[in-house]
Design a protein around this ligand. Sequence first.
Ligand code: FAD
Length: 600
Amino acid sequence: MATAIIMPKAGMAMEEGTVVKWLKAEGDSVQQGEPLLEILTDKVNMEIEAQVSGTLIRILKQEGEVVPVTQVIGYIGAAGESAPQGAATAQPTTPAPQSAPAVQPHAGAAILAEAAAEGKAEPQSGQAAPAVQPPAAHTSAPDSDLFDVAVIGGGPAGYVAAIKAAQLGGKVALVEKDIVGGTCLNRGCIPTKTYLKNAEVIDTIRRADQRGILLGSTDFKLDMEKIISVKNGVVKTLTGGVSGLLKSYGVRTYKGVGRITKDKKVSVDGKELIAAKKIVLAGGSKPSRLNIPGMESSLVLTSDEILDLKEVPAELAVIGGGVIGIEMATVFGAYGSKVTIIEMESRLVPFMDKEISAEMEKYAKEKGFRVMTSAKLEKIEETGGKLKIITDKGELQADKALLSVGRVADLEALGDIEFALERGKIKVNDRMETSVEGIYAAGDITGRLMLAHAAFKMGEVAAANAMGRNEKANLAYTPSCVYTMPEVGSVGLTEEAAAAKYEISVGRYLFGANGRALASGEKSGFVKVIIDKKYGEILGVHIVGPAAAETVNEAAALMSTEITAHEVSEIIHGHPTFSEAFMEAVADSLKKSIHKPKAD
Ligand code: FAD
């Protein structure tokens, strides 16, 4: 006999839920405890697990439909069995008693729901799952409703803008064509950092014997299915968290492609129309492609595809030695690929301080990567399942190539209105206003700083101004990090840029003289601090070394208060900590570091 799947009552206040996504199709066999579908409650996304094993014989409620709790949404039965009569009309059969639900919400999801209810579900770094509100045809609220702010794009800029506008009392709509959380959560910051942790684990295993920890063998195998599923699990937790946050703030989320119409409304998939007093464009960016013969080969991947690669390429060519290129080289190098980095400029991470580039080149060589700088890619040829990569500096073979040469703005949202652009990105002022009145832009789409935390700030400022405030986004003290081993953290001006404007003094401190770094066996790298000699203003801080991505936040926080180097050198730092090296480098810029030998 068929078992009903019902919309569960997952909280005291829950009266209805939305079917977000069926994870099984009609006819699929299901095992007890296996996730069947995702639903959206009044607070959060959650997975519904099968209570019995069998075949999913009927789906009654489709994605996007809102269903009262306890109503039947499908049936599990034996293969070939028919659903109970009346099922085809999508009407509920007698609701199953709540004490014996046919399905149960996933425990983890239930916990998340509670956290959101108590306001504890914090947004994680740059993070996204579709907080899919039903399309117009299924909603009770008419689409003619006027919103205060409509946001197009649910990445770090867009979801933060939506939450901020709601915090300021706005009625907010958010349109997302894919999964909220954007590049950062789904294809960027978070998946790459999950993989980089794997690289760190591998490195730790390999170096354990240096500390007298003998593992017997440092041979290991990679289970790529598991590696990908761990990464997807992290992504899902965070995207679900963002979904819950949006829901908790009452943001109405639409799934589809948002476009601005001539009369400044937002169309969703060319159908529904959202009317809003103000619009925030936060469509983000997508990987750049080079106009070079052979680029279309399926063996040439972008960061979007490489993160789901199930086989580790024996030879990987990384085209572009910027942050993404070096991070992915680190990951696949640790997984076992022979890596070559091809960079057109004369140094790796060319936008960073020259000493960081030099340290990155040293790092790449230590990891066994071949580095080709000042090398211009001319052509890619694919023969017999292999790539021949031809540059003006010579050729190489590879099984796969990663194209990491930058990102372009995703302008799909622009629709019928013309905006002033700057090098292909939407031009904005510090208030995040575009050239079109009432329309703001934030995040990667503006090309200002293509970083998640910069997108957060721009999103907040755009939303605040859309809600009638007068705020500016000051991105001068935005840290940039590279999550290599050791990692990099940089904020403010490079030495070159600072020297062009100020009379400077440069302080340095090596991690080789830092107690915690030595104790941790992570002694390579340095902290470099650049100050203005006249007033002691800290102009730039560049760190390569352990916890650099954390310590640089201290530097950024202090710099944004316009504190002087004299004052920073007096701040007591915990001992032993990596960040003591920052304080010593600041003191060195004043020639008063206690833990450096007396200068001649
Ligand atoms: P996005 O995150 O791109 O989000 C835009 C969203 O808008 C997307 O969800 C998209 O589907 C949606 N959208 C676009 N057009 C429409 C439309 N017309 N209708 C509806 N929806 C639309 N940054 C860091 O700070 N730290 C890192 O460690 C880091 N690592 C990265 C690693 C990689 C591999 C990559 C690719 C990027 C990384 N970044 C990192 C950069 C970071 O991901 C971006 O700066 C950030 O995601 C930008 O946020 P955004 O909201 O502007 O755009």
